[in-house]
Design a protein around this ligand. Structure first.
Ligand code: DTR
Ligand code: ZN
Ligand code: ZN
Length: 316
C-alpha cells in the first residue's frame, strides 16, 4: 500500500523521486529538477466572469437556482462539459442518487502525464435551492474551468497527470465528492498525489484564506500570495466544510483557497485586506442575492491565477 504522499519541493528530486515508494514524500519531477519550472499563464478574469454570466443565465432560465436534482444543475454541468470536450479533455459524468434525485459529478482528464501521480483540482458546481450560487460556488467552478482551458491553450504537458472535477450535491453534505472517493479503488486512490479545492473564491468582502492541510500545498498558495504582497490567513473552519474533506479522510494530501462566507470581517482583517469590517465576507451566502453582482473581481482574479499557479507548480 503506497504511503500517502506529502508534497515536498526538493532540489534532490531525482533521488527523492527514485525513493518515492519508501520515503513517502513526493518531489518535483526528476527530469525537471534542474530546469526552471514552467510558469502558469495569467488567467483572464474576463473569461472567468464570462463563465459566471453563463451560470447566472442558466439559473435565471431554470427557476433561479442550479441546485442538486434541479434542471439548472444539469444545465450547468452540460455547459462545463461542452467547453472541456471542445478543448480536448477526456470527460466522464459520474451519476449518483441523493435525496431521491439524480446527481452528477463531471470528471475531466487531460491526456498525458504519469497516471500514477494524479494532481486533481475541483470545485462543487451545485448551488443551494434559494439562489443562483454565483460565488458559492460558481466562482470556484469557473476558475477551475478556465484553468483547465488554459492548460489546453498552452498545450501544457506536465510530468504528472492532471484531472479536474466538478462535484454535485456538495450543499447536501459533500455527497458527490464523497461518492467519487468512495468509489475509487484503493490503487486508484493511492495514485492521487493531491487534491486542490476551490469553494467560494470571489466573496464580495473578501478575505484571503489558505487551507491549513498539506504543508507543501499550503506553502504553494502562501508563496504565491506573498509574491503579490497579499497577506493570507489560515482557514480555521474549513475542516469538513467542503469537498476536500472526503479526500483528506482517505489520506490524500489536500489544500485550497477560500474568501469567506457568513463570518464577519474584523477590523484587523479590513486593515490588511480592505473591505468593510463588521460585515460578512459574503452577505449573500446561500441567498437569492448570490448573483453575478455578488463577486469581488480582484479576489476572483487573484484566486483564479492562484489556481493556475498551483496546478502548474504541483504537476510539473
Ligand atoms: N460549506 C461551504 C462554505 C464554507 C464554509 N466554510 C468553508 C471553509 C472552506 C471552504 C468552504 C467553506 C458551502 O456552503 O458550500
Ligand atoms: Zn454553500
Ligand atoms: Zn460552496
Amino acid at each position: 500500500m503506497k504511503l500517502p504522499v506529502s508534497w515536498r519541493a526538493s532540489a534532490t528530486a531525482a533521488v527523492a523521486a527514485a525513493t518515492l515508494l519508501t520515503s513517502g514524500s513526493i518531489a518535483g519531477a526528476a527530469s525537471k529538477a534542474d530546469v526552471e519550472a514552467a510558469a502558469a499563464p495569467d488567467i483572464p478574469v474576463a473569461n472567468v466572469k464570462a463563465h459566471l454570466t453563463q451560470l447566472q443565465s442558466i439559473a435565471t432560465a431554470n427557476g433561479g437556482n442550479r441546485a442538486h436534482g434541479r434542471p439548472g444543475y444539469k444545465a450547468s454541468l452540460d455547459y462545463v462539459k461542452a467547453k472541456l470536450d471542445a478543448a480536448g479533455y477526456t470527460t466522464a459524468i459520474q451519476q449518483f442518487t441523493s435525496s431521491g434525485r439524480t446527481g452528477y459529478n463531471l470528471i475531466a482528464d487531460w491526456p498525458g502525464g504519469d497516471t500514477n501521480q494524479v494532481v486533481m483540482a475541483g470545485s462543487h458546481l451545485d448551488s443551494v435551492s434559494s439562489g443562483p450560487g454565483i460565488n458559492d460556488n460558481g466562482s470556484g467552478s469557473a476558475a477551475v474551468l478556465e484553468t483547465a482551458l488554459a492548460v489546453s491553450r498552452a498545450g501544457y504537458q506536465p510530468t504528472k497527470h492532471l484531472r479536474f472535477a466538478w462535484w454535485g450535491a456538495e450543499e447536501l453534505g459533500l455527497v458527490g465528492s464523497r461518492y467519487y472517493v468512495n468509489n475509487l479503488s484503493s490503487a486508484n486512490r493511492a495514485k492521487i498525489s493531491g487534491y486542490l479545492n476551490f469553494d467560494m473564491i470571489g466573496s464580495p468582502n473578501p478575505g484571503y484564506f489558505v487551507y491549513d492541510d498539506d504543508p507543501a500545498i499550503e506553502k504553494t498558495f502562501k508563496d504565491y500570495y506573498a509574491g503579490l504582497g497579499v497577506a493570507t490567513e489560515i482557514e480555521t473552519e474549513g475542516d469538513g466544510r467542503s469537498d476536500h474533506a472526503p479526500f483528506k479522510s482517505a489520506g490524500v494530501p489536500v489544500g485550497g483557497l477560500f474568501t469567506g462566507a457568513s463570518r464577519t470581517k474584523t477590523a484587523a482583517q479590513a486593515a490588511k485586506w480592505g473591505g468593510t469590517s463588521g460585515q460578512s465576507f459574503d452577505r449573500c451566502y446561500h441567498s437569492s442575492c448570490d448573483t453575478t453582482s455578488n463577486i469581488n473581481d480582484t479576489a476572483l482574479n487573484r484566486n483564479s491565477d492562484a489556481v493556475a499557479h498551483a496546478v502548474w507548480e504541483l504537476s510539473e
